[in-house]
Design a protein around this ligand. Structure first.
Ligand SMILES: C[S@@+](CC[C@H](N)C(=O)[O-])C[C@H]1O[C@@H](n2cnc3c(N)ncnc32)[C@H](O)[C@@H]1O
Length: 469
């Protein structure tokens, strides 16, 4: 057994990727998870945590780089938590996502011979996000390059992203390759403007200041753009000054929402006021147009969401006589996308606002065969629900990262519709849920879809068919 201690600087050969974007190396069989390394690298790594069966380490020196490494596009790639994998070749990222889904089935389930398809790459590997949230802070994080430059920086103002593992400090982001080019211009223009006005950023330690968050949403297919400025308090003259600035310097902004957030949470929430424009933006998936309000859930990679839904539709093998259940339906995007291929869709979702959005979306798109119901599925999805809405011929579920409640899984096992498609943003919980259904369903196909390039996150779609009559 290797003796590895906290503080050691180890020379390691990286074997493979592991969970959460880390990589794995071994010292005499003892596992070390390393941040910032790539399979094939020879490195020196600094051990910062040890456990009985593994240790955690950070890349210190790159001795021999792997062939899978590429030059990151962004100057913040090492510091910012947004894209942990920018230094990894995109094809290798896709392979890794396929491998992680394969391992989840092999290690956590007893399904035999599950063949995971190659990951579907994103049509846009960069600039794919339609939403980004930025934080203001009175405590700016300086990158290694900024410190080494010897220049003076204003460290009591930042607008950007929180650095991973640091609750207080924010990286002052002047470049980003995930959201649109307009978004970057907005962040930089807004920073200059509010600093010139002398408005104070939020001080998380003292819990005071004015500027808290900036949330930007864009319509990939429509060009719409929403600015949501979240502040502590709502002095009208400041809000008006800011609106005038947006109108004159950023005519591309189609709506400005101001949110007054006086609570303690670090989320961009509060009392929303529409200052100009409709207070919503629109985007399109397939032939459908969706209204998106400031806090609505909408898939962040619009173009890839369309491909995700196409996979789900093909897997569902829909028939015009089908009654489809779309569980965890959000604002009804999957329901609408499938609606023209089936007789009827029943969508169910926890958040009432999302259900209201779903109904509006159906109406605006002239779709009249979808019914949306709100409630927590663990209580809602009962025999009475099925009596009211009729037995489904086909089921699509798209739960949050935590997966499905065991009552929902049990009800699926009881109902056992012939075709079942499970869309998930967390293959670990997906495999856990499917393992509970192993007596009822067989797996026909598994398709990972890359919704989030340059991050270790993977979306996965599984097609199942009832195994028993
Ligand atoms: C990953 S999103 C999927 C949304 C939608 N299918 C889409 O593609 O836009 C998961 C949805 O599950 C909803 N949700 C979370 N917990 C729930 C629960 N216990 N019961 C019903 N819906 C829930 C969330 O509000 C969210 O809209």
């Amino acid at each position: 057994m290797a003796t590895v201690s906290r503080g050691d600087l180890l020379e390691l050969d990286i074997e493979k990727f592991a969970d959460k974007g880390k990589s794995l190396a071994r010292v005499d069989g003892y596992v070390i998870f390393v941040e910032g390394a790539v399979p094939g690298d020879r490195i020196k790594a600094y051990v910062h945590r040890t456990k009985s069966n593994y240790a955690e380490a950070k890349l210190d020196t790159l001795l021999e780089p792997s062939d899978l490494r590429v030059e990151p596009r962004c100057r913040y790639a090492d510091a910012c938590g947004g894209c942990t994998w920018q230094h990894v070749d995109y094809e290798a990222q896709l392979d890794m996502k396929q491998q992680s889904v394969q391992e989840a089935f092999e290690q956590q389930s007893q399904f035999d011979d599950v063949a995971v398809r190659p990951t579907l790459g994103s049509p846009k590997p960069f600039f794919y996000r339609n939403k980004m949230g930025f934080d203001f802070s009175a405590d700016r994080w300086l990158t290694r390059e900024e410190i080494d430059s010897g220049k003076d920086f204003d460290t009591d103002f930042a607008l950007g992203l929180h650095v991973p593992g640091n609750f207080h400090k924010v990286l002052d982001l002047q470049e980003c390759h995930l959201h649109s080019e307009l978004s970057v211009r907005l962040v930089n223009g807004i920073r200059d403007f509010v600093k010139a006005q002398g408005w104070a950023p939020w001080d998380i330690k003292k819990q005071n200041g004015f500027l808290r968050h900036l949330v930007l949403r864009t319509g990939e297919r429509t060009g719409d753009c929403m600015v949501n400025l979240v502040t502590y308090g709502a002095p009208m003259e400041r809000v008006t000054t800011f609106a005038d600035f947006l109108r004159s310097d950023f005519p591309e902004v189609t709506t400005f929402v101001h949110t007054n957030h006086t609570g303690k949470s670090q989320n961009p929430e509060g009392e929303e006021h529409v200052i100009f424009g409709p207070g919503v933006i629109y985007d399109e998936i397939g032939d459908y147009r969706f209204e998106i309000s400031p806090s609505a859930f909408f898939q962040t990679n619009t173009l890839q969401a369309e491909r995700l839904y196409e996979v789900a539709r093909d897997f569902a093998d829909l028939d015009p006589s089908d009654r489809l259940y779309d569980l965890y339906c959000g604002a009804g995007t999957i329901s609408l996308f499938m609606s023209e291929y089936v007789d009827e869709v029943i969508g169910a979702e926890l958040v009432e606002d999302a259900v209201a959005n779903a109904r509006t979306n159906a109406e605006r798109n002239g779709v009249d065969n979808c019914t949306f119901v709100s409630g927590d599925l663990k209580e809602l999805f009962t025999d009475a629900f099925v009596d009211t809405h009729g037995r489904p011929d086909v089921l699509i579920v798209d739960p949050p990262r935590a997966g499905m409640h065991k009552h929902v899984v049990a009800q699926i096992a009881d109902l056992a519709p012939e075709r079942f498609v499970y869309v998930s943003c967390n293959p670990q919980t997906q495999v856990r849920d499917l393992e509970r259904l192993r007596d009822v369903y067989r797996i026909d196909a598994v398709q990972p879809v890359d919704m989030f390039p340059h991050t270790p996150h993977v979306e996965n779609v599984v097609r199942l068919t009832r195994a028993t009559e």
